[in-house]
Design a binder for this molecule. Structure first.
Ligand code: IYR
Length: 328
Protein backbone atom coordinates (compact mmCIF):
# COMPACT_ATOMS: atom_id res chain seq x y z
CA UNK A 1 0.00 0.00 0.00
CA UNK A 2 1.48 3.41 -0.89
CA UNK A 3 1.66 6.32 1.56
CA UNK A 4 -1.46 8.04 0.23
CA UNK A 5 -3.54 4.86 0.57
CA UNK A 6 -2.24 4.21 4.09
CA UNK A 7 -2.96 7.77 5.16
CA UNK A 8 -6.48 7.92 3.73
CA UNK A 9 -7.78 4.36 4.15
CA UNK A 10 -10.93 4.23 6.26
CA UNK A 11 -10.98 8.02 6.66
CA UNK A 12 -14.42 9.62 6.53
CA UNK A 13 -12.98 12.91 5.27
CA UNK A 14 -9.74 14.82 4.79
CA UNK A 15 -9.41 18.60 4.75
CA UNK A 16 -8.13 19.27 2.20
CA UNK A 17 -7.43 16.54 -0.33
CA UNK A 18 -4.70 18.67 -1.96
CA UNK A 19 -2.95 19.22 1.39
CA UNK A 20 -3.08 15.49 2.17
CA UNK A 21 -1.58 14.70 -1.23
CA UNK A 22 1.29 17.07 -0.53
CA UNK A 23 1.93 15.28 2.81
CA UNK A 24 1.70 11.86 1.16
CA UNK A 25 4.31 12.90 -1.44
CA UNK A 26 6.88 13.36 1.30
CA UNK A 27 5.68 11.87 4.60
CA UNK A 28 9.08 11.25 6.22
CA UNK A 29 9.55 13.35 9.31
CA UNK A 30 6.05 14.81 9.11
CA UNK A 31 4.13 14.81 12.39
CA UNK A 32 0.50 13.89 13.06
CA UNK A 33 -1.40 14.07 16.32
CA UNK A 34 -4.56 13.07 18.13
CA UNK A 35 -5.66 14.55 21.43
CA UNK A 36 -7.58 12.51 24.00
CA UNK A 37 -9.31 13.63 27.15
CA UNK A 38 -7.97 11.20 29.75
CA UNK A 39 -10.97 9.45 31.27
CA UNK A 40 -11.66 5.81 32.09
CA UNK A 41 -9.72 3.17 30.17
CA UNK A 42 -8.99 2.87 26.48
CA UNK A 43 -12.12 1.90 24.57
CA UNK A 44 -13.05 1.20 20.99
CA UNK A 45 -13.51 4.92 20.24
CA UNK A 46 -9.89 5.69 21.15
CA UNK A 47 -8.78 2.62 19.23
CA UNK A 48 -10.26 3.90 15.96
CA UNK A 49 -8.06 7.00 15.86
CA UNK A 50 -5.14 4.99 17.30
CA UNK A 51 -5.42 2.68 14.26
CA UNK A 52 -5.06 5.73 12.06
CA UNK A 53 -1.96 6.79 13.98
CA UNK A 54 -0.51 3.30 13.41
CA UNK A 55 -1.25 3.68 9.65
CA UNK A 56 0.48 7.06 9.68
CA UNK A 57 3.53 5.62 11.45
CA UNK A 58 3.69 2.95 8.79
CA UNK A 59 3.52 5.68 6.13
CA UNK A 60 6.58 7.42 7.67
CA UNK A 61 4.95 9.95 9.98
CA UNK A 62 6.01 10.69 13.52
CA UNK A 63 3.17 10.74 15.99
CA UNK A 64 2.19 12.84 18.97
CA UNK A 65 -0.49 11.73 21.41
CA UNK A 66 -1.78 14.66 23.40
CA UNK A 67 -3.13 13.58 26.77
CA UNK A 68 -5.43 16.56 27.05
CA UNK A 69 -5.65 16.92 30.83
CA UNK A 70 -6.63 20.60 30.80
CA UNK A 71 -9.32 19.90 28.19
CA UNK A 72 -10.75 17.06 30.29
CA UNK A 73 -10.82 19.44 33.26
CA UNK A 74 -12.60 22.14 31.24
CA UNK A 75 -15.11 19.51 30.08
CA UNK A 76 -15.96 18.61 33.69
CA UNK A 77 -14.33 15.15 33.76
CA UNK A 78 -13.14 15.32 37.37
CA UNK A 79 -10.49 16.86 39.58
CA UNK A 80 -7.19 17.75 38.02
CA UNK A 81 -5.37 15.14 40.15
CA UNK A 82 -7.68 12.34 39.05
CA UNK A 83 -7.32 13.32 35.41
CA UNK A 84 -3.51 13.40 35.68
CA UNK A 85 -3.50 9.93 37.18
CA UNK A 86 -5.70 8.58 34.38
CA UNK A 87 -3.43 10.21 31.77
CA UNK A 88 -0.43 8.25 33.03
CA UNK A 89 -2.31 4.96 32.82
CA UNK A 90 -3.58 5.74 29.32
CA UNK A 91 -0.08 6.24 27.97
CA UNK A 92 0.82 2.63 28.79
CA UNK A 93 -2.43 1.37 27.29
CA UNK A 94 -1.73 3.07 23.95
CA UNK A 95 1.65 1.36 23.75
CA UNK A 96 0.10 -2.00 24.70
CA UNK A 97 -2.47 -1.43 21.96
CA UNK A 98 0.25 -1.21 19.32
CA UNK A 99 1.54 2.34 18.89
CA UNK A 100 5.23 2.26 18.04
CA UNK A 101 6.87 3.46 21.26
CA UNK A 102 10.07 4.63 19.60
CA UNK A 103 8.09 6.90 17.31
CA UNK A 104 5.36 8.21 19.60
CA UNK A 105 5.70 11.35 21.65
CA UNK A 106 3.26 11.63 24.57
CA UNK A 107 2.58 15.17 25.71
CA UNK A 108 0.44 16.38 28.59
CA UNK A 109 -1.64 19.42 27.71
CA UNK A 110 -0.64 21.11 30.97
CA UNK A 111 3.04 20.91 29.90
CA UNK A 112 2.50 23.84 27.51
CA UNK A 113 -1.08 25.10 27.76
CA UNK A 114 -0.45 27.09 30.94
CA UNK A 115 2.52 29.03 29.53
CA UNK A 116 2.32 32.82 29.11
CA UNK A 117 2.62 32.80 25.31
CA UNK A 118 -0.06 30.16 24.91
CA UNK A 119 -2.41 32.05 27.23
CA UNK A 120 -1.99 35.34 25.37
CA UNK A 121 -2.53 33.64 22.00
CA UNK A 122 -5.62 32.00 23.46
CA UNK A 123 -6.99 35.38 24.50
CA UNK A 124 -6.31 36.67 20.96
CA UNK A 125 -8.41 33.80 19.57
CA UNK A 126 -11.15 34.55 22.12
CA UNK A 127 -11.35 38.05 20.67
CA UNK A 128 -11.82 36.60 17.17
CA UNK A 129 -14.56 34.08 17.99
CA UNK A 130 -18.23 34.50 18.81
CA UNK A 131 -19.71 32.46 21.63
CA UNK A 132 -22.20 30.97 19.16
CA UNK A 133 -19.37 29.66 16.95
CA UNK A 134 -17.51 28.13 19.91
CA UNK A 135 -20.74 26.52 21.09
CA UNK A 136 -21.40 25.02 17.65
CA UNK A 137 -17.88 23.61 17.54
CA UNK A 138 -18.55 21.78 20.82
CA UNK A 139 -21.99 20.40 19.92
CA UNK A 140 -20.78 16.84 19.32
CA UNK A 141 -18.01 16.80 21.92
CA UNK A 142 -19.92 17.68 25.04
CA UNK A 143 -23.29 16.31 26.02
CA UNK A 144 -24.32 19.01 28.50
CA UNK A 145 -27.27 21.21 27.53
CA UNK A 146 -25.84 24.53 28.60
CA UNK A 147 -22.33 25.36 27.46
CA UNK A 148 -20.18 26.74 30.25
CA UNK A 149 -17.52 29.37 29.58
CA UNK A 150 -14.92 26.60 30.05
CA UNK A 151 -16.43 24.68 27.15
CA UNK A 152 -16.29 27.73 24.89
CA UNK A 153 -12.58 28.15 25.66
CA UNK A 154 -12.02 24.43 24.97
CA UNK A 155 -12.24 24.46 21.13
CA UNK A 156 -10.00 27.52 20.92
CA UNK A 157 -7.36 25.72 22.97
CA UNK A 158 -7.73 22.68 20.75
CA UNK A 159 -7.13 24.94 17.73
CA UNK A 160 -4.07 26.49 19.36
CA UNK A 161 -2.60 23.09 20.24
CA UNK A 162 -1.92 22.50 16.54
CA UNK A 163 0.72 25.24 16.06
CA UNK A 164 2.07 24.81 19.59
CA UNK A 165 2.68 21.09 19.02
CA UNK A 166 4.19 21.87 15.61
CA UNK A 167 2.17 19.18 13.85
CA UNK A 168 1.44 18.86 10.13
CA UNK A 169 -1.78 16.90 10.50
CA UNK A 170 -4.57 16.88 13.11
CA UNK A 171 -6.47 13.58 13.37
CA UNK A 172 -9.78 13.02 15.14
CA UNK A 173 -13.19 11.41 14.87
CA UNK A 174 -15.90 13.15 12.82
CA UNK A 175 -17.18 14.74 16.05
CA UNK A 176 -14.00 16.87 16.07
CA UNK A 177 -14.49 18.31 12.57
CA UNK A 178 -16.16 21.57 13.63
CA UNK A 179 -13.25 22.33 15.96
CA UNK A 180 -10.81 21.78 13.11
CA UNK A 181 -12.89 24.01 10.81
CA UNK A 182 -12.87 26.69 13.48
CA UNK A 183 -9.08 26.27 13.69
CA UNK A 184 -8.78 26.79 9.92
CA UNK A 185 -10.73 30.03 10.23
CA UNK A 186 -9.18 31.58 13.34
CA UNK A 187 -5.50 30.55 13.32
CA UNK A 188 -4.59 32.89 10.43
CA UNK A 189 -5.69 35.82 12.65
CA UNK A 190 -2.63 35.12 14.83
CA UNK A 191 -0.39 34.47 11.81
CA UNK A 192 -0.57 30.70 12.02
CA UNK A 193 -1.25 28.36 9.11
CA UNK A 194 -4.72 26.83 8.71
CA UNK A 195 -4.25 23.18 9.74
CA UNK A 196 -4.76 20.04 7.64
CA UNK A 197 -7.05 17.49 9.24
CA UNK A 198 -8.25 13.91 8.82
CA UNK A 199 -11.41 12.52 10.39
CA UNK A 200 -12.29 8.92 11.14
CA UNK A 201 -15.90 7.71 10.81
CA UNK A 202 -18.27 7.25 13.71
CA UNK A 203 -19.29 3.66 14.39
CA UNK A 204 -22.84 2.76 15.37
CA UNK A 205 -23.73 1.35 18.78
CA UNK A 206 -22.82 -2.34 18.86
CA UNK A 207 -26.10 -3.41 20.46
CA UNK A 208 -28.54 -1.54 18.25
CA UNK A 209 -26.72 -0.24 15.16
CA UNK A 210 -28.17 3.17 15.95
CA UNK A 211 -26.44 6.47 16.62
CA UNK A 212 -22.78 6.27 17.48
CA UNK A 213 -20.83 3.96 19.73
CA UNK A 214 -19.72 5.87 22.78
CA UNK A 215 -18.25 5.13 26.15
CA UNK A 216 -21.04 6.89 28.02
CA UNK A 217 -24.10 5.04 26.71
CA UNK A 218 -25.03 1.84 24.88
CA UNK A 219 -22.61 -1.04 24.35
CA UNK A 220 -18.92 -0.46 23.85
CA UNK A 221 -15.75 -2.54 24.09
CA UNK A 222 -12.94 -1.48 26.38
CA UNK A 223 -9.58 -2.78 27.50
CA UNK A 224 -11.19 -3.78 30.78
CA UNK A 225 -13.37 -6.35 29.04
CA UNK A 226 -12.62 -10.02 29.63
CA UNK A 227 -12.81 -12.53 26.81
CA UNK A 228 -16.26 -13.52 28.14
CA UNK A 229 -17.43 -9.89 28.19
CA UNK A 230 -16.36 -9.47 24.58
CA UNK A 231 -18.06 -12.68 23.52
CA UNK A 232 -21.34 -11.78 25.13
CA UNK A 233 -21.35 -8.20 23.80
CA UNK A 234 -20.54 -9.38 20.28
CA UNK A 235 -23.10 -12.21 20.45
CA UNK A 236 -25.80 -9.71 21.39
CA UNK A 237 -24.72 -7.25 18.67
CA UNK A 238 -27.07 -6.13 15.92
CA UNK A 239 -25.96 -7.89 12.73
CA UNK A 240 -28.42 -8.06 9.82
CA UNK A 241 -27.03 -9.98 6.82
CA UNK A 242 -26.27 -6.76 4.92
CA UNK A 243 -24.03 -3.71 5.06
CA UNK A 244 -26.77 -1.37 3.81
CA UNK A 245 -28.14 1.04 6.39
CA UNK A 246 -31.62 0.06 7.43
CA UNK A 247 -34.14 2.94 7.71
CA UNK A 248 -36.36 2.70 10.79
CA UNK A 249 -39.88 4.03 11.46
CA UNK A 250 -38.48 6.98 13.42
CA UNK A 251 -36.39 8.14 10.46
CA UNK A 252 -33.09 7.05 12.02
CA UNK A 253 -30.95 4.53 10.19
CA UNK A 254 -29.44 1.37 11.66
CA UNK A 255 -25.98 0.40 10.50
CA UNK A 256 -24.35 -3.01 10.79
CA UNK A 257 -21.89 -2.45 13.67
CA UNK A 258 -20.41 -5.97 13.38
CA UNK A 259 -19.29 -5.21 9.81
CA UNK A 260 -18.11 -1.75 10.87
CA UNK A 261 -15.90 -3.22 13.58
CA UNK A 262 -14.43 -5.69 11.07
CA UNK A 263 -13.77 -2.85 8.64
CA UNK A 264 -12.35 -0.23 11.00
CA UNK A 265 -10.76 -2.33 13.74
CA UNK A 266 -9.92 -5.82 12.54
CA UNK A 267 -8.81 -5.59 8.91
CA UNK A 268 -6.49 -2.60 9.46
CA UNK A 269 -4.56 -4.64 12.03
CA UNK A 270 -4.65 -8.22 10.64
CA UNK A 271 -3.66 -9.31 7.12
CA UNK A 272 -5.99 -12.29 7.13
CA UNK A 273 -9.07 -13.11 9.13
CA UNK A 274 -10.03 -16.71 9.73
CA UNK A 275 -13.62 -17.65 10.49
CA UNK A 276 -13.83 -21.04 12.15
CA UNK A 277 -16.75 -23.22 11.15
CA UNK A 278 -17.53 -26.90 11.72
CA UNK A 279 -16.98 -29.09 8.63
CA UNK A 280 -20.71 -29.77 8.35
CA UNK A 281 -21.32 -26.03 7.75
CA UNK A 282 -18.61 -25.78 5.10
CA UNK A 283 -15.44 -25.60 7.20
CA UNK A 284 -13.21 -22.60 7.95
CA UNK A 285 -13.17 -19.45 5.81
CA UNK A 286 -10.23 -17.11 5.29
CA UNK A 287 -10.52 -13.47 4.25
CA UNK A 288 -7.81 -11.15 3.05
CA UNK A 289 -9.99 -8.09 2.70
CA UNK A 290 -12.99 -6.55 4.38
CA UNK A 291 -14.88 -6.42 1.05
CA UNK A 292 -14.66 -10.20 0.65
CA UNK A 293 -16.10 -10.76 4.12
CA UNK A 294 -18.90 -8.26 3.53
CA UNK A 295 -19.77 -9.92 0.20
CA UNK A 296 -20.00 -13.36 1.86
CA UNK A 297 -22.25 -12.05 4.63
CA UNK A 298 -24.54 -10.47 2.04
CA UNK A 299 -24.69 -13.58 -0.14
CA UNK A 300 -25.46 -15.83 2.82
CA UNK A 301 -22.18 -17.77 2.49
CA UNK A 302 -21.15 -16.40 5.90
CA UNK A 303 -23.72 -16.65 8.68
CA UNK A 304 -23.88 -13.69 11.15
CA UNK A 305 -23.27 -16.09 14.07
CA UNK A 306 -20.00 -17.31 12.52
CA UNK A 307 -18.96 -13.73 11.72
CA UNK A 308 -19.58 -12.81 15.36
CA UNK A 309 -17.49 -15.73 16.61
CA UNK A 310 -14.53 -14.49 14.56
CA UNK A 311 -15.09 -10.88 15.56
CA UNK A 312 -14.92 -11.76 19.27
CA UNK A 313 -11.69 -13.69 18.68
CA UNK A 314 -9.94 -10.83 16.84
CA UNK A 315 -11.18 -8.14 19.21
CA UNK A 316 -9.83 -10.22 22.07
CA UNK A 317 -6.43 -10.40 20.36
CA UNK A 318 -6.38 -6.62 19.98
CA UNK A 319 -7.34 -6.01 23.59
CA UNK A 320 -5.41 -8.76 25.41
CA UNK A 321 -2.08 -6.86 25.73
CA UNK A 322 -3.83 -3.82 27.24
CA UNK A 323 -5.88 -5.99 29.57
CA UNK A 324 -2.69 -7.62 30.85
CA UNK A 325 -1.16 -4.19 31.31
CA UNK A 326 -4.15 -3.09 33.40
CA UNK A 327 -3.87 -6.17 35.60
CA UNK A 328 -0.25 -5.34 36.58
N1 IYR B 1 -11.64 17.14 21.78
C1 IYR B 1 -10.99 15.86 22.03
C2 IYR B 1 -9.79 16.01 22.91
C3 IYR B 1 -8.75 16.91 22.34
C4 IYR B 1 -8.32 16.71 21.06
C5 IYR B 1 -7.33 17.50 20.52
I1 IYR B 1 -6.85 17.02 18.58
C6 IYR B 1 -6.75 18.52 21.28
O1 IYR B 1 -5.77 19.33 20.76
C7 IYR B 1 -7.20 18.73 22.56
C8 IYR B 1 -8.22 17.93 23.06
C9 IYR B 1 -12.03 14.90 22.63
O2 IYR B 1 -13.21 15.11 22.41
O3 IYR B 1 -11.64 13.92 23.26
Amino acid sequence: MDAHELITRNAAEVVTEAEIEALADDPDGKRAYVGYEPSGVLHIGHMLTANKLIDLQEAGFEVTVLLADVHAYLNDKGSFEEIRHTAERMRDQFIAYGLDESNTQFVLGSDFQLDDDYTLDLHALELETTLARAERAMAEITSSDSVKVSQAVYPLMQALDIPYLGVDLAVGGMEQRKVHMLARDVLPSIDREPPTSLHTPLIADLGTGRGKMSSSEGVTISMEDSRDDIESKVNDAYCPPTADPDPTEDGETRENPVLQVFEYHVFPRFDTVRVERPEEYGGDLTYESYDALEADLESGELHPADAKGALAEYLDRLIAPGREQLAE
